[in-house]
Design a protein around this ligand. Structure first.
Ligand code: G6P
Length: 610
């Protein structure tokens, strides 16, 4: 996720803003920029792709004296990382600057309209459209112009806006993306998170949905988008800077687990039309190839390979095309038959995994059309692919994937629907069902997160000394079992296996006893009854049973020793919700065992060697 810092007050804004950006570096970024209104009322803007030091070098010795300014670290979602795409974005008159975190869903429509009305847009970003819209709405009051503009935006945003001619004033606004106001003595701050401003003030207001904040040195007024005043009570933050970087959570992983509803919202944003249809415009370069494809091969590693399994099942079920997953390191030396009718889908959070990139390159050499599903704009995999779908999950800092798994599953299910629509195999009834489930998914994830206490205080402590864990599922719940087992292994160093439940009796059942529990992903599915029979076989060997079940399934409560209930959803999307208690379980077992959750031993976030 990008970072925002803003300042208005009696001190030099430049150094305060640059220091704020440094505090936000931990969030990950690919470019940075700053805008200052100097003592003469001139606007100074500088932006640089790459590290913050590039920006610092560019403005060294020539940072103007200024008492108001905005600065930003960008993590690209629209348009590659470059100087011109970095924020702040500026309007045609060179008076209005905007920085933005999030995604504007209707940006294309807005940009087209602006261009038709004679505006010249220089970048590829959604953000630039906002600067030009504010320009059209401006009539001497930047807060009023911002409010008018917000009413035209669809999507998620935290925004900071500044006008050259109102040189003690900043405007901030939020919808679905966090933004915080800092209250100093005769100075005011704006930031995407408190880490950026904690060195200056601990009195803050966390803006709420739809809030527009009007900041001046002497104070802040907050209204809704219609301009009606709203009351927000300032809080005093006790966090250390380190805790603030983690949003008040103890670790990045816990923060990222809790960011999943927002990540899902961002992932789905722009892919469902107002009329409730699924739309994947990113597929345009491969339209022809999708229509003539005869097979689909997915390639991925680790967590991404489990998400890809769900993707393959989704693609197979909605397109009727055979689809399967091969882990990158196997695909590379023993590839399946590949030709121009084999659609290859590479799934990789980082976009840099060598074991995924090499087979993708091989497939490209054999003439296969390639689609990449990644979280990282500008990553290596995007250069190998004909079409790219971004997860839009924001950067993930913890080594163990959480929010990128759920957004991979969601994006792959959306991709499956997009392929099926191109091939004419998705009925409008099925599409509507999927859309309804996708729309409900972020709220479902919020509900599943309420299990945190139950898992921490109950399950993790009760089971931490187990000899190992057998995770089982069937059909769509099997990849969730694999991912649940992987999470536990990765961060707690406890042995865990993921198995298709029907295979238990063919070997692994011999491991089970009172010290070796079964973890059953038993959400609603066509093979639910079969899975329950397999669980009963485990129980008969004294294994304790921890289950993840669908709310309302009373029968499961009678079979399992402990159940984590998650909301019902579309079968293809069920792993998005069922994985949440399993992530929490892995997390709290790891805490009980005292491991380094964010940086587990022997692992790296991105493995760029073979
Ligand atoms: C490494 C990480 C795993 C990750 C895998 C694939 O092994 O430790 O957590 O799942 O790479 O990463 P990718 O970036 O390609 O999704």
């Amino acid at each position: 996720m990008c970072g925002i810092v803003g300042y208005t007050g009696p001190r030099e804004a430049g150094p305060i803003l640059m220091e704020g950006l440094r505090r936000l570096e931990y969030r990950g970024y690919d470019s940075a920029g700053i805008a200052l209104v100097d003592d003469q009322g001139d606007l100074f803007v500088e932006k640089r792709a790459g590290k913050l030091s590039n920006l610092a070098t560019a403005i060294a010795e020539r940072t103007p004296h200024a008492a108001v300014g905005l600065a930003h670290t960008r993590w690209a979602t629209h348009g590659r990382p470059s100087d011109v795409n970095a924020h702040p974005q500026v309007d045609c008159t060179g008076r209005i600057t905007v920085i933005h975190n999030g995604i504007i869903e209707n940006f294309q429509e807005l940009r087209d309209g602006l261009e038709a009305r004679g505006h010249r847009l220089l970048s590829e970003t959604d953000t630039e459209a906002i600067a030009h819209l504010i320009e059209e709405a401006y009539d001497g009051d930047i807060a009023e112009a911002a409010r008018k503009t917000l009413q035209q935006l669809e999507g998620a945003y935290a925004l900071a806006v500044m006008h050259r001619d109102e040189n003690d004033r900043l405007v901030g606004a939020r919808k679905d993306v966090p933004l915080v106001v800092g209250l100093g003595e005769g100075e005011s701050f704006l930031a995407s998170d408190v880490a950026a401003i904690l060195a200056h003030t601990r009195r803050v207001i966390f803006l709420e949905e739809g809030d527009v904040a009007d900041l001046r040195p002497e104070g802040v007024t907050i209204t809704d988008v219609q301009g009606r005043p709203v009351e927000r009570v300032p809080e005093t933050i006790e966090w250390t800077v380190e805790a603030a970087e983690k949003g008040g959570y103890d670790t990045f992983m816990l923060k990222e687990i809790h960011e999943q509803p927002l990540a899902l919202r961002q992932s789905i944003t722009g892919r469902i039309t107002r009329a409730g249809r699924i739309e994947v415009p990113e597929l345009e370069p491969v339209w022809g190839a999708v229509r003539t494809a005869t097979r689909v091969e997915l390639v991925a590693c680790g967590t991404a390979s489990y998400a890809a399994m769900i993707g393959a099942a989704a693609i197979q079920s909605v397109t009727g095309l055979p689809a399967r997953v091969t882990v990158g390191s196997e695909f590379r030396y023993d590839p399946p038959p590949l030709d121009e009718h084999t659609l290859v889908i590479a799934v990789t959070q980082s976009g840099e995994t060598a074991d995924t990139i090499a087979p993708t390159r091989l497939a490209r050499e054999r003439g296969c059309p390639i689609i990449a599903v990644t979280n990282t704009v500008g990553s290596a995999i995007t250069r190998e692919a004909d079409a790219v779908l971004f997860l839009q999950a924001g950067p993930e800092m913890a080594v163990a994937a959480s929010k990128t798994f759920v957004t991979q599953v969601t994006t792959l299910v959306i991709l499956a629907a997009g392929l099926a629509k191109l091939r004419g195999t998705l009925s409008s009834g099925d599409e509507s069902q999927l859309v309804e489930a996708l729309r409900a998914l972020p709220a479902g994830a919020e509900r599943a997160l309420e299990l945190n206490e139950h898992v921490a205080a109950g399950l993790a402590r009760r089971y931490v000394n187990s000899r190992g864990f057998m995770f089982v599922g069937r059909g769509p719940t099997y990849p969730a079992a694999l991912e649940g087992a992987l999470k536990l292994k990765e961060i707690s160093y406890v042995h865990a296996e993921g198995y298709p439940a029907g295979e238990l009796k063919h070997g692994p059942i011999s491991l089970l006893d009172a010290e070796y529990p079964l973890v059953a992903v038993a959400t609603r599915s066509p093979t639910y009854d079969k899975l329950i029979s397999n669980v009963m076989e485990g129980r008969a060997r004294d294994a304790r049973v921890i289950a993840v079940g669908t709310e309302g399934d009373d029968g499961l409560g009678r079979i399992a020793d402990d159940v984590c209930w998650v909301p019902d959803t579309h079968e293809l999307l069920s792993p998005v919700l069922s994985i949440i208690p399993l992530q929490l379980f892995a997390y709290h077992v790891a805490l009980e065992r005292g491991t380094d959750v964010d940086q587990p031993r022997n692992l790296a976030k991105s493995v760029t060697v073979e």
